[in-house]
Design a protein around this ligand. Structure first.
Ligand code: 5GP
Length: 183
């Protein structure tokens, strides 16, 4: 899906496909350098992270395994509360593994902070976080994010894995929606 297919539903393009891919190439080079000679398990958080996982993993030269988790965070409306339920757990034993959690976006950071602690408690040798996008609120939570694609303003964004009512995930760029789409 491209811009023209949903042009009337979009307000702005925040990050183009080219910008996202260029930044992922840089992040992959950094991750390759940091994990040189080590094994690496990428843990994607469903469903938003599928695009980042697909593109980042293919840019890596490091040998990796991939696994997936699905979590739901209880909260009021669109705010996450930090209380998390695992909907789909990993199939991989984490004992002694170097884990890199791959995320689409960090907003409050509450879900991720819980997830990182949960994976650490399973005996992983290391647990780090890579995210394509980070919003300003994330700075308030004690969550150490090692690889950040872009810091973005506090706006609701769609595309590149991120949805509004399950739509727009298959846009190759990040954009904001026109107000009439919400109403
Ligand atoms: P938090 O960091 O607040 O615990 O939750 C992060 C999750 O909220 C993300 O994984 C994503 O599913 C959702 N989220 C946060 N901000 C946005 C946004 O701007 N757009 C979309 N589509 N989802 C978002």
């Amino acid at each position: 899906m491209q811009y023209d297919d949903v042009a009337s539903e979009l307000q702005d393009v925040l990050l183009t496909e080219k910008q996202l891919q260029a930044r992922l190439t840089e992040m992959a080079a950094q991750i390759d350098a940091d994990y040189a000679g080590k094994d690496l398990l990428l843990v994607g958080v469903l469903r938003g992270a599928i695009m980042v996982m697909a593109d980042l993993s293919r840019k890596l030269r490091t040998r990796v395994e991939m696994d997936w988790m699905a979590v739901s965070s209880y909260g009021s409306g669109t705010k996450s509360s930090g209380v998390v339920r695992i909907l789909k757990d990993l199939d991989t034993d984490l004992t002694g593994r170097n884990v890199l959690i791959v995320e689409d976006i960090i907003d409050s950071g509450l879900t991720l902070s819980w997830l990182a602690a949960n994976l650490r408690s399973r005996g992983a040798a290391s647990v780090e976080i890579a995210t394509m996008l980070r919003k300003p609120e994330a700075a308030k939570v004690e969550v150490d994010v090692k690889y950040v694609g872009f810091d973005i303003p506090k706006a609701f964004v769609v595309g590149y894995g991120l949805d509004y009512a399950e739509r727009y995930r298959n846009l190759p760029f990040i954009g904001t929606l026109a107000p009439h789409v919400y109403s």
